[in-house]
Design a protein around this ligand. Structure first.
Ligand code: NAG
Ligand code: NAG
Ligand code: NAG
Length: 315
């Protein structure tokens, strides 16, 4: 549970990027954020002072590498500098092409085995390679570390991500090896939560997870995890080589009455594409039970509105 702060901060951070601060300002915001979330473990390394973003248009500055608060890739960039450079061959693990492909693996793992007690995040890209595959698209081979945020298990995984091209257009295809993460057994917690939700006299509802202070009530955390896992289904299906999605916030969630063993929830989530800086609202119909896992029965992209354009946290 202690790692939740890190997860929340990662998402809040992605939202803060919407404000298009310079690197230095981000560092300042970071300090404020630290105070807000009260995370004791933030370390901003000295490199934070050097605004080294000129190196490569696709580069992900190392500015906050190693600062634990984010729990994952702190992809800061100067938007003006962003160009499409489709690298082939060995990739710089810190640059966008490798990071974007690796992020897709995170969404894949969440959609395969995420739950209210299992939430996967990309921890690090160790190495990557990209090649064009005749008539079908581009294939990335990656060595990455993935972290399960709730129990805090990290595993190095080998993964392959194919972004289809041309007539093959569609969601990326992912293959990954992740034995250690598969063995995480959350049956007991899930069963307890399931019973608790099932027995409730009134249906649950919540909004703004996290709130504008980055806070989530402890008993709402499983609903937030479930929303993050469900969002990964959308982010997996929507990802291309030109996107980098994070879930920014669960705008609201309502439990629905159900006639079978599957619990059902109506989610409104805000997804943040860090490349286009768009905040995109989606409505999801989600079902969950411990034996069946998480399923997204319907996903609907909603029109962007002015309210939605604003990041969920402004100050
Ligand atoms: C997560 O696990 C890693 C390595 O096992 C450890 O260094 C780190 O402190 C843990 N994080 C938390 C928040 O417990
Ligand atoms: C998971 O743990 C439960 C007890 O909490 C146990 O009954 C079950 O067999 C375990 N499942 C696996 C796959 O190890
Ligand atoms: C949930 O949020 C969406 C988008 O912000 C809004 O349109 C909808 O009315 C909200 N639903 C509830 C039940 O608050």
């Amino acid at each position: 549970m202690h790692s939740l702060t890190e997860v929340v901060s990662a998402f809040l951070f992605s939202s803060i990027c919407v404000l298009r601060h310079t690197i230095m300002r981000i560092v300042i915001v970071l300090a404020v954020l630290t105070a807000v979330t009260g995370s004791p473990s933030v370390t901003i390394r000295p490199e934070a002072d050097s605004t080294d973003v000129s190196a490569h248009p696709n580069s992900v500055p190392r500015t906050v590498k190693g600062s634990k608060i984010f729990g994952e890739q702190e992809v800061i960039f100067e938007e003006e500098d962003l160009e499409e450079v489709m690298e082939t061959g060995e990739l710089n693990p810190d640059h966008y092409p490798a990071q974007r492909a690796a992020k897709v693996v995170q969404h894949y793992l969440n959609s395969r085995c995420g739950s209210p007690y299992k939430l996967f995040m990309l921890n690090r890209v160790h190495s990557g390679n990209a090649e064009d595959v005749a008539n079908s698209g581009r294939k990335y081979q990656l060595e990455i570390s993935v972290q399960e945020m709730i129990g805090n298990t990290t595993e190095k995984c080998l993964a392959e991500v194919l972004f289809p091209r041309g007539k093959q257009q569609g969601s990326p295809h992912v293959q990954a090896s992740y034995e250690k993460l598969l063995k995480i057994n959350t049956t007991a917690q899930e069963e307890a939560l399931y019973q608790q939700y099932k027995m409730k006299h009134s249906l649950l509802s919540a909004q703004n997870l996290p709130d504008s202070y980055g806070h989530i009530e402890p008993d709402m955390k499983p609903l937030w995890h479930l929303g993050a896992v469900a969002s990964s289904f959308v982010m997996l299906s929507e990802s291309t080589e030109d996107t980098l999605y994070n879930m920014a916030q669960v705008a609201n969630v309502t439990q629905l009455a159900t006639e079978n063993d599957q619990l059902k929830f109506d989610y409104h989530v805000l997804l943040h594409d860090m490349v286009s800086q768009d905040i995109i609202p989606w409505k999801l119909l989600v079902s969950w039970s411990p034996p069946e896992g998480v399923k997204v029965l319907q996903m609907t992209k909603l029109p962007q509105c002015h309210d939605c354009e604003k990041p969920p946290i402004t100050n």
